[in-house]
Design a protein. Sequence first.
Length: 405
Amino acid sequence: MSLITNKLKYIIFIFFLINFFWSPLIFGKDLPETNSAVHLGVKTCGNSTCHAAKNPWQISDVLQNEYITWSTLSRHSKAYKTLQGERSKRIAINLGFEDPTKIALCLSCHADNVPLNKRGTLFDINDGVGCESCHGGAENWLGKHVSGTGNHQDNLDLGMYPTDQLFAKATLCASCHVGNSKKSVIHRLYGAGHPRLVFELDTFINNQPAHFRVDRDYLLRKKYPKNTELWAVGQIINTKYILDKLSDINQSRDGLFPELSLFDCHACHRSVTDKINLNKPLAKKLGIPKINDSGIIMLGILSQIIAPELYEDFKSGPGSLHKATAENMENVALIAKKLNKSAESLMLKMKNISFDNNMNENLLYLLIESASNGLFSDFADAEQALMAIASSSSAITNNNSKLKK
């Protein structure tokens, strides 16, 4: 009895350590929107002596044109303006609202929508997704940051969000581009006219203009992940969002129906004149919504490279989920919880993984082999596969360029 009790205490202690120390290391302390610091506003950063310098200092270790890049080239700076367009107004009306710029549901991702008492004198909601939307409220770290007396770690210690840390970056981006426990694009929003959300971390990062340069000085202060590392962690975070929702019956339902935003849009929204390939998996389950399994399939490919012992879980996972969907959401929740544990194990593995060219080439090979074997049997799967192929190809190209240099 004593032995069992001691063993139980040990397990509880280890669980506590993992939750207390491991979570902050991966995800950062708080997302910028929930941090208690005041958000001082984009204009605080975008002045002529800092990040909007007309003539940058020769000795500066940053570009000093970050504000200009953001304001003229980044779609983040246009996020609030999107809410002022006719399409956004129509979506709001369809949902029973008048003005999308006044709805927290919209502002939570289209602006830096912190509470009024957390907005500084230069704060302007019209700035959209600005500096502090990603880097966190600057109230406590701006002084040290501007003075030049501290380093990057000092800024982080004072509350700057660690966007250079892989899991923290992925969690931040996914909070809007995929969703989290506090905000998400549900099927009612899609029904009102909101575009379908599709996201892959590496692709999206590289499709937006960088307001930094990864040089020797940058790498002395921060880490910069490879394309495939961004892809891998992004897939884990994105898939865990869906599995988290499916694991909780209260979140996976919307009244009589399941929450259909967790399902594959094209399983239902397709032309009635399309010919159905009956050789495809699940083709004989016609008329039943199919859970969006694209992330689980990607984790199956990733697991073959970094955690082969988890491969069978992700290989059989989609089929088990789809079978359960035809039964009841309770069974779906049980399978989702099991898959979620496997995803968490994969996440722990990624903490100590650095992709080398061997792994990049293996990933590309597995993706192409899977495509030729018909694994990507629907639009969402093929969409993610294409972006993964681009990511692994870029990683190989970048690595070969470094070797030549």
